[in-house]
Design a protein around this ligand. Structure first.
Ligand code: SAM
Length: 211
């Protein structure tokens, strides 16, 4: 399947998932909500949020941010539009594919930020998105990505494996994507720090575009 077709597949998945996304995600969102303020709170300047979803991060951006949120699914984007009113900063939301970003000129952003988008993207598509992150970041611009990954702890991993078919069916997400490895192959994006927000399952990847 070509990358374009894979994205059409994801889009049609999210045209259904969007209607019950917030309800379905609620048990996890209770945890994510504790993390989101710190994840975006120190971002300043022009920020691109990729895979903005239903707009869960919008209310936590600092007022000195000028935010462009992009999202593949028009149905998810409609939900995010409703959350825009809660934001303290300027927010523009557009339907745009993170692997293409045809409407976005190069070297525009101080930050690229994303929560749980790369783990939704098939591996070969991820590399395309990372190329676009590199293109749209200013030299010296920074990125921060939060991803789901498999735990090395047997007990936790077994639980994740039990959930995996559901997570893939509903969100298109997998625990075994290779975001970090793709980043290591990137010509211009350099990972500067990785950490886990919980156990060894919620991986935060931070880095910089070289200047
Ligand atoms: C699991 S949701 C996470 C949503 C949100 N970031 C959050 O933290 O709640 C993943 C989102 O990424 C979007 N997405 C997937 N592939 C994308 C792409 N190529 N371009 C833009 N958005 C994409 C999906 O449509 C979906 O809304």
């Amino acid at each position: 399947m070509k990358s374009h077709e894979k994205n059409i597949d994801l889009q049609s998945k999210y045209s259904v998932t969007a209607f019950f996304y917030d309800l379905l995600d609620y048990p996890w969102e209770r945890q994510y909500r504790q993390w989101r303020p710190a994840l975006v709170g120190d971002l300043r300047g022009r920020v691109l949020e990729a895979g903005v979803g239903t707009g869960r991060n919008l209310e936590f951006y600092h007022q000195d941010v000028e935010l462009l949120g992009i999202e593949l699914s028009e149905h998810m984007l409609r939900k995010a539009e409703r959350r825009k009113a809660k934001a303290r900063c300027d927010v523009t939301l557009v339907q745009e594919d993170a692997t293409v970003m045809s409407s976005i000129p190069s070297h525009q952003f101080d930050w690229v930020f994303s929560t749980f988008m790369c783990c939704v993207m098939p591996d070969d598509i991820q590399a395309l998105a990372l190329e676009q992150f590199s293109r749209v970041l200013k030299p010296g611009g920074r990125f921060r990505l939060l991803e789901l990954v498999y735990s090395k702890n047997d007990k936790i991993r077994k639980k994740q494996q039990a959930f995996a078919p559901f997570v893939e069916k509903v969100y298109g997400a997998r625990f075994d994507r290779h975001t970090l490895q793709h980043l290591e192959r990137s010509a211009h994006l350099k990972v500067t720090h990785t950490s886990f927000l919980k156990d060894d399952t919620y991986l935060l990847i931070e880095g910089v575009r070289d200047s």
